[in-house]
Write a protein that binds this ligand. Structure first.
Ligand code: B12
Length: 212
């Protein structure tokens, strides 16, 4: 467990290989993937975010931390898979236009996938028309929107409006999330739900589809 404690620091300092080694060792010791993510990886990202806010870390530091986090998630993702293989529904997810943050969005996508949803991950910087096209193409039950910037969160409203204009709004539930988003904002823009974290996103997705 001593080694696992170093994981948060390896995320903060962006040491990809060292972080991956700890994750692999923890898996071999039978440590739960979810526990590694919530207890160490997310804590590391929170810490580097704090340092950035205080002017003690800079964009290159964020990029190194993000790279280390992503490398670890790649190892852990298969372990989040649901063993039953049954699909609870299809879901489209993306980070909205102007926003390049994808760690949280990918974590949400992995958790949903792991819990039995078929997930179409559109990536980052996704425009309202791209979301509309994806709904037309994949016919999902849920659209998940992510935003990490106060300047881009308002674009979620554009996506909802575009879905309405395309006559698709009644066919999908829209869930929103990301650090600056909250319940009140979600209600104001006409979304169907909000969660502050990936575990909550799964509960919410099941709830809006009535499968829990
Ligand atoms: C890593 C990071 C970056 C990396 C992103 C790398 C990547 N591939 O994602 C890089 C270096 C690229 C970056 C760039 C910038 N960043 Co930045 N970044 C961060 C940082 C430190 C961590 C974000 C993160 O990954 N958190 C960890 C994940 C796990 O958490 P999360 O994203 O919040 O996701 C969770 C929940 O929100 C939720 N969730 C997320 N999406 C969804 C969706 C749904 C549907 C649901 C239900 C839930 C949900 O579940 C997730 C898992 O639990 C944050 C600080 C912070 N504390 O958030 C700043 C932060 C978001 N960045 C910030 C800024 C200012 C920028 C830049 C403008 C900096 C610059 N001057 O260039 C650029 C913008 C680039 C752009 N156009 O997007 C500010 C935003 C301030 C604001 N109020 O708008 C923050 C808050 C830092 C700060 N305190 O100043 N950044």
């Amino acid at each position: 467990m001593m080694e696992l404690n170093a994981l948060k620091d390896f995320i903060v300092t962006g040491k990809l290989e060292e972080a991956k080694q700890v994750v692999n060792a923890a898996i071999s010791d039978g440590v739960d993937a979810q526990y590694i993510i919530n207890g160490y990886l997310i804590k590391g990202m929170e810490e580097i975010g704090r340092r950035f806010e205080e002017g003690k870390a800079f964009v290159p530091n964020l990029l190194l931390s993000a790279r280390a986090m992503k490398g670890c998630l790649e190892i852990l993702k298969p372990l989040l898979k649901d063993a039953s293989g049954a699909s609870l529904g299809t879901l489209v997810i993306g980070t909205v236009k102007g926003d390049l943050h994808d760690i949280g969005k990918n974590l949400v996508a992995s958790m949903l996938e792991g819990c039995g949803f078929e997930v179409i991950n559109l990536g980052v910087d996704i425009s309202d028309s791209q979301f509309v096209e994806a709904v037309q193409q994949y016919n999902p039950q849920i659209v998940c929107l992510s935003a990490l910037l106060t300047t881009t969160m308002n674009y979620m409203q554009n996506v909802i409006d575009a879905l309405k204009e395309a006559g698709l709004r009644d066919r999908v539930k829209v869930l929103v999330g990301g650090a600056p988003v909250n319940e009140d904002f979600a209600r104001r823009i006409g979304a169907d739900g909000y969660s502050s974290n990936a575990n909550g996103a799964v509960v919410l997705a099941k709830k809006v589809l009535g499968v829990c």
